[in-house]
Write a protein that binds this ligand. Sequence first.
Ligand SMILES: C[S@+](CC[C@H](N)C(=O)[O-])C[C@H]1O[C@@H](n2cnc3c(N)ncnc32)[C@H](O)[C@@H]1O
Length: 356
Amino acid sequence: MAASGFEGFEKRIELQFFGHDPLFTGSMGLRNLDFECLEEILHAVQCTVVSAVANRHFDAYVLSESSLFVYPTKIIIKTCGTTQLLKSVRPLVHLARDRLGLTVRMCRYTRGSFIFPKAQPSPHTSFEEEVIFLEENLPSRLCFRKACVMPSNVSSHSWHVFTACDVDDDDGSSHHHELGEDRSDALYTVEVCMTELDRASARKFFRRGAGNDEKYSGDSAGREMTGLTGIGDINPRALICDFGFDPCGYSMNGIDGDRYSTIHVTPEEGFSYASYECVGSIYDDQHEISRVLKKVAQVFRPGTMSVATTCASHEVWRRVAKALELVGLKCRSCSADKFPAAGTVVFQTFTTTRRK
Ligand SMILES: C[S@+](CC[C@H](N)C(=O)[O-])C[C@H]1O[C@@H](n2cnc3c(N)ncnc32)[C@H](O)[C@@H]1O
């Protein structure tokens, strides 16, 4: 941990692949990578697996620093602290190609603004360094590239986005459906970053029976926090894999069919932070994302909440703004930009209207 405090803001990378050879890939694709390979990649990033769960669609891992999701043709890694996430890119691209015959077709890297930027090691010392590192470590065939820092009126919450892909499809839709998920153009991602958590809410992420009770594991602490805080009610259909750190901190992955959700909490006063992320489809019940985000805001009662929605074809961000205004958050800024393959990213920042 940095001398000053733990860096909650995560770095997130998503790589999408395509493959033609069923002999290599089967329908499991990247899920065929053995656990030792994944561990080796995570070792380079400087984190480890603490818990895992899977269903017939994908594998979800809780990491010592956030989460990893492995789908047949898509991998998402999200890490916080001083991890070196981008060091995973080159080994992943090579392993997928050499062991599974999968070719990378899209890369999306996103993050908020670090609370302790000076504590970040290379290649994360600045967004410029991260972009240069990505440019150098991605195959040249991903030639449609864009990097941008999306601003906010709350200067501590800006949004960094880099995307690269092999086809400039303009609307962000997929042209590779040989293996795995179809209709990926209907999916959207919602990435939420929250700071200045309400003190009473943050306290629930400190372990109750901390210290020497051996029976009180990270798993039981996590389960207790999921119940106590109301996180378990955000999506009651989801199977939850949770972990409570010692003496404080919490991570969870929720799996619901082919959809994941994930929450990570750094509850320490002075640098408190929580994140929520989920994936949805424009064909879902329109009220679902509003209901979910209202619950998230009520669990953490943050002073500032930023929400980045990434979607090929739909205006999900309007639902986000409406929902959060109903629970006392006011939209202070909104910016939008188009990215090759990813579609439109809309970045909104909200602050509380209640008195602290
Ligand atoms: C890994 S968790 C959640 C990660 C998430 N990205 C976040 O910070 O919001 C981070 C919290 O757990 C605490 N923590 C305790 N032990 C930890 C460990 N071994 N590795 C990482 N974090 C730990 C940190 O102080 C922090 O409060």
